[in-house]
Design a binder for this molecule. Structure first.
Ligand code: DQA
Length: 148
């Protein structure tokens, strides 16, 4: 079975209670459970991971990235700062979809640069938790391309 990593960066464990006008009311567990279930239906094993710590995210990508075929990542605040996570993704040559719950271009100017846009196959943002489902559908398509 194809394996896809789903990584959530700092503070996303607070989804459901954190700035709900921006991030919505769904919890991280709910999002993860739905993705795992949807993955099963389409023959993709989903491995989810959350951390508040940059190095732990790098470790996870190094350790699990070797056998995974794709990565769906919301790097959260590390979107705007982390060369280390970017480098780990490049090192593992993971087909990557970047996702954000909010549209980072409608927000503070410091959120408008991403270290991941140019290494991602696609970017989904501004659609709340629904974006994760779109990301999984897109990943399924990408992994089943004739060249994959
Ligand atoms: C976010 C946007 C980031 O700027 C922010 O730091 C987050 C969440 C999003 O999903 O909209 O924590 O990645």
């Amino acid at each position: 079975m194809k394996q896809v990593l789903v990584i959530h960066g700092p503070n996303l464990n607070l989804l459901g209670t954190r700035e709900t006008h921006i991030y919505g009311k769904q919890t991280l567990d709910e999002i993860n459970n739905e993705l795992v279930k949807e993955g099963k239906n389409i023959g993709i094993e989903i491995l989810t991971f959350f951390s508040n710590h940059e190095g732990e995210i790098v470790d996870f990508i190094q350790n699990k990235g070797e056998h995974a075929e794709g990565l769906i990542i919301n790097p959260a605040a590390y979107t705007h700062t982390s060369i280390a996570i970017r480098d780990a993704i490049l090192a593992r040559e993971l087909l990557t979809i970047e996702i954000h719950l909010s549209n980072i271009y409608k927000r503070d100017s410091f959120r408008q640069h991403s270290y991941f846009h140019d290494i991602s196959e696609g970017v989904i943002m501004g659609l709340g938790p629904y974006g994760y489902h779109l990301a999984l559908k897109a990943m399924d398509q990408l992994l089943n391309r004739p060249s994959s």
